[in-house]
Design a protein around this ligand. Structure first.
Ligand code: 6A9
Length: 816
């Protein structure tokens, strides 16, 4: 148990990158008008990390560990969210991006629950001030003498200063510690770290004379800007130096206790890193307050207390208004679950900036014109002609804080559905941020891995983005919801008492309540939407040459580029079975459906904006798509929609794999209530030998030959995003005069119930939301803490209960 041995094996190599330092001007205009969004826990990759939506600026975060022995520290120093750290759940119990909220990290490994209550305090000209109360509560199984060290740090990128205001004291600070500085976009500021409450380890060793642990230690450092995000290795590096000194000075027997060894001595000064370290025995609490110099007064702990209370009060009230949970989910049993699911989605919003890796070679192989194209394309990719582009910035939520802490295009449209219900302005801000990433051709990269910190979570072979790869255009969902809200303005004005001084909470939104603001937004984004649509039409078009052209009045036909034998990652349904072998004459039924979604949305937006010529164009295209979904993709034999391809006799054939893809036109809202296809689709959904399970609709039919095979990612498991679309469509049909209304209603009620009760059960048991759910027993699987589209369960809970549900509902998972 030598401290030195423990420490030497810590990872010490900061990952250094070749990143130049150009200044970023993107989005300056929008930035100024969005004061209450400037600050936030916008580093969702960290258990707690705050930064403003400014490219190079101040950041702050927390690290902690149990320090009652030498070994545990290596694995238990918490900073970035990780899977398999033995967490018994963590995340935001309540959170509103405008005001703040509360997060609890149930750190079973360190035997402590850490609560971070973060609130924004408006005032001044620089996005206001904020505070966070950090509270540690030993868990039930904690030893009586639980020793915890907590490090709060602040780092500064770009121009400005950051220093310790307190007069230097060799031994550390008995009271509060204040950091002060200034930076572009923030002006002057102060960061106060209070002494707080809690016991400290008592003196048991000589070394306490040089470093009494009842003080707060400040360590100031300077590091290269590109390494600032690697605060943990930098901290370890400092520790290592100290340990070597201890090892030289003391024998093994006389070594100071671990809580002493793992505390850095006080060494305050200027620097672009300030670490503030405390050691507690048992429970503790302290505050960190950021005060903008432009505000009339500095934030105090009393302000923080008040802010925490009022943020909680307004969250609870607003939650009730926005997500009016319907029976049987309107009781207290589900309230905490629903709030946590939504808050984790909302609290997962981050601000990312940096360069990204793109292959802009436009190699001819990427046109995929020949048979065997996937092999040629693989060879072209292997030539590694990628380069760094940017820097770019992106304001977005993330699918999963530990595993996928970055933006994913098609995930984001789903994430924004509940967010748009809560705060349309934020949803539109995020949509705008994504469209700002579009290149001059109309392409938006599928996965946004901006900067070294984001890249550190992705193996190199997955980092490259290709400008001929698409991903479903789900952001159109939000524009659709927006334009629909604009057509019913009265329903959106619910005034809610909120935190004083902040923009009124509730469903009010600058964009939906003010036609001028709405118009401005739509006028600005409309050309970008059209450009993206035309990019899809140009680059993802299908080849109808071998089809009997006479039969098709429309040329609407599409094919995802970038497929391999086993994967169509661009479709989002990675390993779902597709025609084999791949063929340049293939046509994909999910892609033509997405094109239908875009054409319909654009038609609605163009109508709102009075762009009559465009309305005609989009109407024509949308109609052509609807016709060809039927003409090119419906199998009379299989009674389902199918991909199409060219077989070895050069004949057109349909390739049918029943599952999400085969009902895609339905899921995307393109099947009308009176469609002759509807009966077969509903029968397929409802059949337990095909798609139906007690936990939701499975991705691939149980009777399919590929069900549950190989990677088994989208070959059976239940995904919430697709299930949400199904529930939404079923309700639409149930409430229509469709001849299938009754059947749809019955399926709707049972599916709604199965989904909610299963995700709830799994959350109760594990403390987490999951990426997907097992179709055999419903358990949550793959990525843990997948708080992205799984959060759609909240919207499902707020959907109406239909009468039929009572009769058909299975109450069996409801026992917990
Ligand atoms: C691989 C490994 C730490 C896969 O939720 C994001 C996406 C979805 O858009 C997609 O539909 N997920 C789904 O099929 C996760 C994709 C992760 C790719 C990154 C790198 C990371 O190792």
């Amino acid at each position: 148990t030598l401290a030195a041995a423990a420490i030497l094996s810590l990872s010490l190599t900061p990952h250094v990158a070749a990143q130049d330092d150009p200044s970023i001007l993107l989005g300056e205009v929008g930035r100024a008008s969005n004061e209450s969004l400037l600050w936030g826990p916008y580093k969702p990759n960290l258990y707690f990390g705050v930064r403003p939506k400014i490219p190079k600026s101040l950041s702050a975060g927390l690290m902690w560990a149990k320090v009652d022995n030498f070994q545990d520290v290596q694995h238990n120093f918490r900073h970035t969210c990780e899977q398999n750290e033995g967490m018994a759940g963590y995340g935001w119990d309540e959170y509103d991006v405008r005001n703040g909220g509360q997060q609890t990290v149930h750190d079973a490994g360190n035997k402590i629950d850490i609560t971070t209550s973060f609130v924004k305090i408006p005032g001044g000209k620089h996005g206001g001030s904020w505070g966070v109360r950090v509270k540690g509560t030993p868990r039930e199984d904690a030893p009586a003498m639980l020793m915890t060290t907590v490090v709060f740090y602040a780092t500064l990128e770009g121009l400005g200063s950051l220093e310790v205001e307190n007069k230097r004291d060799e031994l550390g600070y008995e009271g509060d510690v204040t950091l002060k500085g200034n930076s572009a976009g923030l002006g002057e500021y102060k960061l106060l770290v209070t002494k707080g409450e809690g016991r400290h380890p008592t003196e048991t060793h000589d070394s306490y004379k040089e470093k009494p642990l009842d003080r707060t230690m400040v360590r100031s450092m300077a590091a290269a800007e590109e390494n600032l995000w690697q605060i943990k290795p930098l901290f370890y590096q400092e520790l290592k130096g100290q340990i070597e000194a201890y090892v030289e000075k003391y024998t093994v027997e006389a070594m100071p206790p671990p809580w002493q060894v793992y505390t850095l001595p006080n060494d305050p000064g200027a620097g672009n890193i300030q670490m503030v370290q405390k050691v507690f025995e048992g429970p503790f609490e302290f505050d960190i307050m950021f005060s903008s110099g432009s505000a009339t007064k500095e934030v105090t702990s009393e302000d923080l207390t008040e802010g925490i209370e009022s943020a909680s009060k307004s969250f609870v009230e607003k939650f009730g208004d926005v997500f009016d949970l319907k029976a049987p989910y309107n009781g207290p049993k589900y309230a905490q679950f629903a709030k946590s699911m939504f808050s984790n989605l909302f609290g997962g919003i981050g601000y990312f900036q940096g360069d990204e890796v793109v292959d802009r070679s436009y190699a001819p192989e990427y046109d995929e014109e020949n048979e065997g194209f996937w092999e040629e394309a693989a060879e072209a990719r292997a030539k590694k002609r990628e380069q760094l582009e940017g820097p770019f910035e992106l304001y977005t939520s993330v699918p999963s804080r530990p595993f996928f802490p970055r933006g994913f295009l098609w995930d984001e449209g789903f994430h924004l559905l509940p967010i748009a219900d809560w705060d349309m302005d934020i949803a539109l801000e995020i949509v705008k941020s994504w469209f700002n990433l579009m290149d001059s051709d109309g392409w938006i990269g599928r996965e946004q891995i901006l900067g070294d910190e984001a890249r550190s979570k992705v193996p190199p072979e997955f980092q490259v983005q290709y400008p001929h790869y698409a991903n479903p255009p789900t952001l159109f969902f939000i524009l659709d919801a927006f334009v629909e809200r604009l057509s019913k303005p009265n329903e959106s004005a619910i005034p809610v008492e909120g935190s004083p001084g902040l923009r009124q909470a509730g469903l009010n939104s600058a964009h939906t309540d003010n036609p001028e603001v709405a118009n401005q937004y739509l006028q600005a984004i409309y050309p970008l939407l059209k450009k993206q649509y035309h990019w899809f039409r140009r680059t993802q078009s299908g080849d109808l040459a071998t089809y009997d052209r006479e039969a098709f009045s429309s040329k609407e036909a599409y094919r995802w580029r970038g497929r391999t034998v086993q994967h169509v990652l661009t479709s989002g349904l990675d390993d779902y079975p597709r025609p084999q072998p791949p063929h340049p004459g293939e046509l994909h039924v999910d892609l033509i459906s997405w094109m239908g979604v875009m054409a319909k949305s654009l038609k609605n937006i163009a109508t709102y904006l009075g762009e009559t010529q465009d309305v005609a164009e989009f109407t024509r295209n949308a109609n052509g798509i609807l016709r060809n979904i039927d003409d090119l993709h419906w199998s009379e034999k299989e009674k389902t929609f199918c991909d199409a391809t060219i077989d070895e006799f050069e004949e057109n054939v349909l390739v049918c794999h029943k599952g999400y893809i085969s009902i895609f036109p339905f899921l995307t809202g393109l099947i009308e209530p009176d469609s002759p296809r509807l009966g077969a689709i509903l029968d397929l959904i409802e059949d337990p030998e095909e798609l139906w399970t007690d936990f939701g609709i499975r991705s691939l039919s149980k009777s399919n030959e590929f069900y549950g095979t190989d990677e088994n990612y989208w070959r059976g498991p239940i995904w919430m995003n697709m299930n949400y679309l199904a529930v939404r469509e079923l309700l639409k049909i149930a409430q229509s005069s469709s001849p299938h209304a009754k059947q749809a209603g019955s399926i709707y009620s049972r599916l709604r119930h199965n989904l909610v009760s299963n995700v709830y059960k799994s959350w109760k048991e594990t403390g987490f939301a999951w990426e997907q759910y097992n179709p055999e027993d419903g358990h949550g699987q793959r990525t843990q803490h997948f708080t992205g589209w799984t959060s759609l369960v909240v919207k499902i809970m707020a959907m109406p209960e239909l009468e039929a549900g009572k009769a058909g509902g299975d109450e069996s998972h409801d026992e917990l």
